[in-house]
Design a protein around this ligand. Structure first.
Ligand SMILES: Nc1nc2c(ncn2[C@@H]2O[C@H](COP(=O)(O)OP(=O)(O)OP(=O)(O)O)[C@@H](O)[C@H]2O)c(=O)[nH]1
Length: 958
């Protein structure tokens, strides 16, 4: 299904584009204008939702217009019919025939000559004269001038001929019938009915039709022709704002270029008829055609032969004749718009010196990362006004920059809109919905659900043995099952265990630590069914034990406690039980409901008991079932870029079955599953619920915790992925933008600097990059220094990274990755620093130190001592020398000093420039000693004054 433009959709439903735009807006679709395209799924949703409603509204509107439409043709047809009736005067017959024929233009050409000769002889000689000229005319022109109501025969011949522009018959402008018009198109405007309408009205009176009226806005005076007005009266008046900007907007259709006949009509010159609401093009032509015989020397198709020159009525059609661009003059419209704006402005309140129209508290939904321009479009104001408004509110934001949620909230409050920034999850759900997809729930009924293995995450304090335990569980299992199998770390694995004679599988997420767990949860993804809390029996409950426990509890995940290292002599499993009881984890043996298993990862002790406890806990507190038959869905556990295999992602199937060859979209990555491997490196054809597999074939590296979903085809996958990517980018920009108020800006300008550390993070797996970024975000060094991660990614450090770093003064942090190609060389040349790490904490520590190094030093005053001035020696060379007694502390040369008189500071921040004991220059003099000193540039000292000596010392940053 091809994309559809808004106006096409509107036409289909018979409503105005703005109605469709408004409805789309209600649906949360962000469509700019009538010419914007709408994705097929959105169209479907739209028509499902509003189709019926709008269609009926559209029909109603059409019906309203219809009577007028129908009335005219009816009248017209009636008239000829009457005319043709035997009761009519014979003289009228020929003329009457012509219109009759014209009503059905198809046979048009025939009737002309036919009735002509046939009936002409019959009528009385009186009739012969006028009829004769009419007949040929009819035969030649009837088709084009088709609509000729009763007027002609009444008015008779030539003089009134042009008038009958009455041609204004809707059916008249039949394609290809006008021998004079080369431009006369085949139903170029399917909107013939309105034209007919107008024509019917306008033409009736003005004949002048001139077709020229086409693009004109309504001109009330046009109604002067009398006929025009009635014809139009039944119609909605075209809104100037809705008028196309150029004739081209009409598709150059008959309306756009009155063409042919219109060109020649002498009568056409009477333009006003054309004043009829523009589209009267067709009928006008009719009129013109009628006029043709009178003025055969037109310009032909170029139309507007003498379109009244600069008359407004003529615009839009002058091109051919005068070589002027045929576009409508904008003067009139502009002033109208300006007037409207002025009016609106008058009603608009002033905020910070800017007039912006306020809302009525209506809800405006914006995607995260939207810009002021997006917001301005939704509420129909000028983006520049919003920029200015924000500026006055202390925020400096450009119109196209992504704006953060708080700023939108602020704006919403000021302007009385309920701004809803759609959360990424909601946005994603809506995105999938637009493709008729839903993530997160099983399809089908209860009966379709089948039991699935529990998914387990191992958490606990540092060094309590998480990794060791995961390794032990895996190798013990592998050893038992497939001796010799080479296990690979793919981020998750499955083991099986025998519980009550039943073979039960358990899936372990192989990235220990609650960082991975929380990172997933932060994305709204919950992969974990059960948490194994590892506590070393020799160490007991530690801070991270509690943290992990809280995370699991917050996620509502049942906990199994693995009391580890029981092989150690100083282990005390009982103590661990006691400690955890305080945190609400009461062992079963104490009457609680938490299973505690004493294990030793090192000696592989009680591992089977731990597995059993997991299965039993799952059975007792969880209903782990999923539909294995549907299209697969799940989560990305880990992903990285493999040199040989390209992007590789370990995914966990949560429901459905994933098969090789299926199209999937995982976060912003998509592709077709080329191959699937399990933790033993064996290829897998199908992965059922709770099964972790490594998937090859994606186009990019998705992030840990992002969801994946099987879709119908690659195209859909790509569309979803692209949308996600652009949204992610926008959201990232919004997040990255440091919220900087005007005050901040001023302050940093005053300081003459602003300190910012830009980083580019590269890591081997997405999990580590995310963990690093999250941890960096938590470094708090106050407001003076900001840390910005300007780019992050998985894979080697490339020249592009160096390029970006050079351009933005950034440092590149490589975590378990090396540079690629000439990246190092380039970095040296560009002066870009690349730092390599393999331990996260080290990276964080160093960056924190760097940030602190960027802080301006802070000083504190440290009092050194006091000296009382006992005597003053005056020297012409060096000024007044104070003879002092150090009363406490020390007096140090080059230190700072202040002068106190009766305990009041009389001079501050003086420099103690020289210090002597006896005749020797000294650096310091201690309490109880006499000394002579001078204060640089200060001579106003008196006996009894006290010199306080102090130093400014840098305060070490915490
Ligand atoms: N004696 C004994 N030592 C163990 C046992 N389990 C783990 N260890 C040791 O404890 C240390 C830490 O084990 P890891 O598995 O690395 O601990 P971890 O919790 O994964 O540590 P982080 O990854 O730093 O959070 C290692 O030296 C292990 O050999 C055990 O059951 N008994």
């Amino acid at each position: 299904m091809a994309k559809v433009r808004v106006h096409e959709l509107a036409k289909e439903l018979g409503v105005e584009s703005k109605v469709v735009l408004a409805k789309l807006g209600e649906m949360g679709e962000f469509v700019k204008s009538a010419s914007s395209t709408v994705e097929p799924p959105v169209v479907k949703r739209f028509t499902d939702k509003f189709g019926a409603e709008l269609k009926s509204a559209g029909d109603a509107a059409a019906k309203k217009a219809a009577p007028a439409k129908k009335a005219a043709p009816a009248k017209a047809e009636e008239a000829p019919a009457q005319a043709a009736s035997p009761t009519s005067a014979p003289a009228e017959s020929p003329a009457a025939e012509a219109p009759a024929a014209a009503v059905r233009p198809g046979p048009g050409p025939r009737p002309g000559p036919k009735p002509g000769p046939k009936k002409a002889p019959e009528p009385a000689p009186v009739a012969e004269e006028p009829a004769a000229p009419a007949a040929p005319a009819a035969s030649a022109k009837a088709p084009s001038t088709a609509p000729r109501p009763s007027a002609p025969e009444k008015r008779g011949p030539a003089p009134s001929a042009p008038r009958p522009g009455g041609g204004a018959r809707p059916g008249a402008p039949r394609p290809g019938n006008n021998p004079f018009s080369s431009t006369q198109g085949m139903g170029r405007r399917p909107s013939a009915p309105p034209r007919g309408d107008q024509g019917a009205g306008a033409g009736a009176g003005t004949g002048a039709g001139t077709g020229t009226g086409d693009n004109r806005p309504p001109r009330p005076p046009a109604g002067r022709e009398g006929g025009g007005a009635p014809g139009r009266s039944g119609m909605p008046r075209p809104n100037p704002a809705m008028m196309p900007k150029s004739p081209a907007a009409f598709g150059g259709g008959p309306g756009g270029r009155p063409s042919g006949p219109g060109g020649r009509p002498g009568p056409g010159g009477r333009g006003p008829g054309g004043g009829a609401p523009g589209r009267g093009g067709a009928p006008a032509r009719g009129g013109a055609g009628a006029g043709a015989p009178a003025r055969p020397g037109g310009f032909g198709p170029s139309g507007g032969g003498r379109p009244g020159g600069g008359r407004p009525g003529q615009r839009g059609q002058t091109q051919g004749a005068f070589g002027r661009p045929g576009g409508p003059s904008r003067r009139g419209r502009k002033s109208k718009r300006a007037r409207r704006q002025e009016y609106e402005q008058m009603q608009a309140p002033t905020i910070g010196g800017v007039r912006v129209r306020k809302g009525d508290g209506e809800t405006v939904r914006l995607p995260r990362g939207a810009s002021l321009t997006d917001f301005a479009e939704r509420i129909g104001v000028d983006a520049a006004a919003l920029v200015q408004m924000l500026f006055s509110l202390g925020e400096m934001v450009t119109a196209t920059e992504s704006v953060n949620d708080e700023t939108f909230e602020l704006l919403g409050e000021e302007l009385n809109y309920n701004v809803q920034v759609v959360s990424p999850e909601d946005e994603d759900r809506e995105l999938l919905e637009s493709f008729d997809l839903e993530f997160g729930s099983d399809e089908g009924a209860e009966a379709d659900l089948a039991a699935r293995p529990p998914v387990v995450t191992v958490m606990g304090h540092v060094d309590h043995g998480k990794t060791k335990l995961l390794d032990a569980l895996r190798s013990a299992n592998v050893a038992g099952k497939e001796a010799g199998g080479i296990t690979q770390h793919i981020g998750a694995y499955q083991v099986s265990t025998d519980v009550d004679g039943e073979d039960r599988r358990i899936t372990f997420i192989d990235t220990p630590g609650h960082e991975a767990f929380t990172a997933m949860r932060a994305r709204g993804a919950q992969a974990t069914d059960i948490a194994v809390l590892v506590v070393a029996a020799d160490d007991g409950v530690m801070p991270q034990t509690v943290e992990a426990l809280n995370h699991a509890k917050a996620a509502g995940v049942p906990i199994v406690v693995a009391v580890n290292k029981i092989d150690k002599p100083d282990s005390d499993p009982t103590k661990v039980r006691g400690q955890l009881t305080e945190y609400g984890l009461v062992p079963e043996e104490y009457g609680g409901d938490t299973m505690f298993v004493d294990v030793s990862a090192k000696s592989e002790l009680n591992l089977d008991k731990l597995l059993e406890a997991i299965v039993l806990t799952a059975d007792a507190s969880l209903d782990l079932r999923a539909n294995p038959e549907q299209d697969a869905q799940g989560l990305v556990v880990e992903a990285h870029l493999d040199r040989g295999r390209g992007p590789v992602a370990t995914i966990l199937v949560q429901r459905g079955t994933l098969r090789v060859g299926e199209s999937i979209v995982a976060g912003p990555a998509y592709g077709r599953v080329r191959a699937m491997l399990d933790e033993h490196g064996e290829s897998v054809e199908a992965a059922d619920p709770s099964r972790p597999v490594m998937v090859l074939g994606l186009t990019a590296v998705p992030g840990a915790g992002q969801n994946f979903i099987v879709v119908a085809d690659d195209r859909m996958a790509r569309q979803i992925a692209e949308k996600r990517e652009s949204r992610e980018r926008a959201a990232m920009q919004a997040k990255r933008r440091v919220r900087r108020t005007l005050e901040d800006f001023m302050a940093s300008m005053e300081k003459g600097e602003s300190q910012e550390l830009n980083l580019i993070l590269k890591g081997d797996v997405s999990g580590s990059v995310e963990a690093l970024e999250d941890s960096l975000a938590k470094i708090d060094v106050g407001d003076e220094v900001t840390l910005r991660v300007i780019d992050r990614g998985v894979g080697a450090i490339t020249e592009t990274n160096v390029d970006l770093a050079a351009a933005s003064d950034a440092i590149i942090i490589g975590f378990n990755v090396r540079p690629q190609g000439k990246a190092t060389e380039m970095a040296d040349k560009e002066g870009v620093e690349i730092r390599y790490y393999s331990v996260i904490y080290q990276a964080i520590e160093e960056i924190e130190a760097a940030l602190k190094g960027m802080l301006k030093p802070e000083y504190e005053e440290v009092s050194l001592g006091h000296a009382e001035i006992r005597e003053i020696f005056r020297s012409s060379k060096i000024g007044n020398i104070a003879g002092c007694m150090v009363t406490d502390g020390v007096i140090r040369r080059n230190a700072k000093a202040r002068l106190l008189r009766d305990n009041n500071v009389v001079a501050d921040n003086l420099d103690l420039s020289s210090l002597r004991r006896e005749k020797d220059d000294v650096t310091e003099v201690r309490e109880g000693f006499e000394c002579g000193l001078t204060l640089r540039g200060y001579n106003d000292i008196k006996q009894g004054d006290v010199v306080e000596c102090f130093e400014m010392r840098e305060i070490p940053r915490a």
